[in-house]
Design a protein around this ligand. Structure first.
Ligand SMILES: CC(C)(COP(=O)(O)OP(=O)(O)OC[C@H]1O[C@@H](n2cnc3c(N)ncnc32)[C@H](O)[C@@H]1OP(=O)(O)O)[C@@H](O)C(=O)NCCC(=O)NCCS
Length: 176
């Protein structure tokens, strides 16, 4: 879809305010912090991710030039490789949400994932890509399947508020 592009999140009020707005939606925060975040919490969480040295670079997803959500990536660390039972280097994990709920199911999420996957394979030497939706998040699972990910396994771990949750370990081995 040509109407979708991604650009780095900026350390500016308008970007943080959009994130604050999106983090008031249960459908969004239930997959991330499990609670609403206020402006200050958003800034503390996302400011480090706007830096050149960011370990978790974040991109704004734009649809028809309007921001609608975010997508981010990070290298999977040793602890999570054990949790996921994966071996090797250059394994990246992707997270995404479309904060504008009215824009779901238009192919924006899958297009953004395809753009970032291509970048990770071509520019960041990715060998394997990982996405971990909650087991019952069928919309996310269907979206990721469209992008070439498949469910390798399920695992349980604590979420950010300490509740044990079951996640699907979805991986993608090569460019489609
Ligand atoms: C998951 C998410 C990123 C997908 O983005 P999107 O732009 O809606 O995705 P797409 O339109 O590319 O694909 C969605 C697919 O799910 C399907 N779908 C939608 N609702 C569904 C449901 N309730 N059950 C099953 N499938 C569903 C759509 O039909 C579509 O598949 P299709 O193109 O084969 O018809 C987005 O919905 C979102 O942000 N959700 C809330 C936060 C979230 O769950 N983030 C992921 C955390 S791991």
């Amino acid at each position: 879809m040509n109407d979708v592009n991604i650009r780095l999140l900026k350390d500016i009020d308008t970007d943080y305010k959009l994130l604050e707005k999106w983090y008031q939606e249960e459908e969004i925060y239930s997959s991330f912090e499990q609670r609403k975040l206020n402006y200050q919490e958003i800034k503390e969480k996302y400011y480090p991710r706007t830096l050149k040295s960011a370990k978790v670079p974040v991109y704004m997803i734009e649809y028809k030039k309007r921001p609608v959500g975010i997508i981010q990536y990070k290298l999977v660390d040793t602890e999570n490789k054990e949790l996921y039972n994966l071996k090797g280097n250059y394994i990246y994990e992707i997270d995404i949400f479309i904060g504008e709920l009215g824009e779901h199911n238009k192919g924006i999420g899958s297009t953004a994932i395809n753009i970032l996957s291509k970048y990770l394979y071509k520019e960041k030497k990715a060998k394997l890509l990982v996405m971990c939706p909650l087991k019952n998040n069928q919309k996310a699972i269907n979206c990721y399947k469209k992008c070439g990910f498949y469910i390798k396994n399920y695992f349980k771990t604590k979420d950010t508020i300490g509740m044990i949750q079951t996640y699907a370990l979805m991986i993608k081995e090569k460019l489609m």
